[in-house]
Design a protein around this ligand. Structure first.
Ligand SMILES: Nc1nc2c(ncn2[C@@H]2O[C@H](COP(=O)(O)OP(=O)(O)O)[C@@H](O)[C@H]2O)c(=O)[nH]1
Ligand SMILES: [Mg+2]
Length: 214
């Protein structure tokens, strides 16, 4: 794998991704409106560019593409319950059967200091953290922050500086808290992005895959 350096090409090895993900069970958890359905549809029917040229706009990403349906992911999206605690039973079932667990949240709302979203996210991770601890073999666990397009700083962040943007997000007390509950920084990977556009969704999924095989 080639890493992200400004002015170079980043490429993930599709073969490695196929080995890591083919036929795997994926649980997509999160509150209503965080982007679960959008992401699930993309993972089933979308495609990602084979590589990104750091120096050019994402629109100019490589014409060579990987079709995500080749991965044959078994994707289950959690029910939309907007805070209804009764749904945690269903979430746990999805979690327990999954090889990979995605927990989606509104990154823009946490960055803005939304206390309601903080409380909800903390509560969700209290549950998920307990389930993760009880697994014999831990699934891959990703905390995926969406809707970054509502954050002005994200919009002015260049591709090469996205790492700094993510580092800053990780330092928010609420994010430190949920990463801890998710098993610490090694277990709980944090990925941020925007799924407002197809290009944004592709870049987000690309980053997730990069971390799955790293
Ligand atoms: N602006 C923006 N819209 C998003 C993003 N992710 C999802 N959406 C939109 O937010 C709405 C809710 O997404 P949806 O996938 O239905 O969320 P779900 O309730 O978690 O399944 C839809 O209109 C999506 O197209 C994002 O990162 N930015
Ligand atoms: Mg949905």
């Amino acid at each position: 794998m080639v890493t992200a350096l400004a002015g170079t090409t980043i490429a993930v090895k599709w073969d490695d991704i196929v080995v890591a993900l083919n036929g795997k069970r994926l649980a997509v958890l999160g509150a209503r409106g965080v982007g679960k359905t959008h992401l699930v549809k993309f993972l089933i029917s979308g495609s990602i560019p084979a590589e990104y040229k750091q120096t050019v706009a994402p629109e100019k990403a490589s014409a060579r593409r990987f079709l995500l349906n080749e991965l044959d992911l078994k994707v289950k999206e959690s029910l939309d319950v907007s805070g209804d605690k009764a749904a945690y039973g269903e979430w746990k079932e999805l979690h327990d059967k999954a090889d990979i667990v995605f927990y989606l949240l509104r990154a823009d709302r946490l960055i803005a200091g939304d206390r309601d979203v903080e409380a909800r996210v903390r509560d969700d991770l209290r549950h998920i953290g307990g389930w993760l601890e009880n697994r014999k073999s831990r699934p891959h666990f990703f905390i995926i922050g969406t809707h970054c397009d509502f954050d002005a700083e994200f919009l002015s962040t260049s591709v090469g500086s996205i790492g700094d943007y993510v580092d800053k997000f990780r330092k928010l007390p609420i994010v430190m808290d949920i990463v801890l509950r998710g098993g610490g920084a090694k277990q709980a990977k944090v990925v941020l992005g925007s799924m407002k556009t197809v290009q944004g969704t592709e870049a987000l999924v690309y980053e997730i895959f990069r971390q799955v095989i790293s």
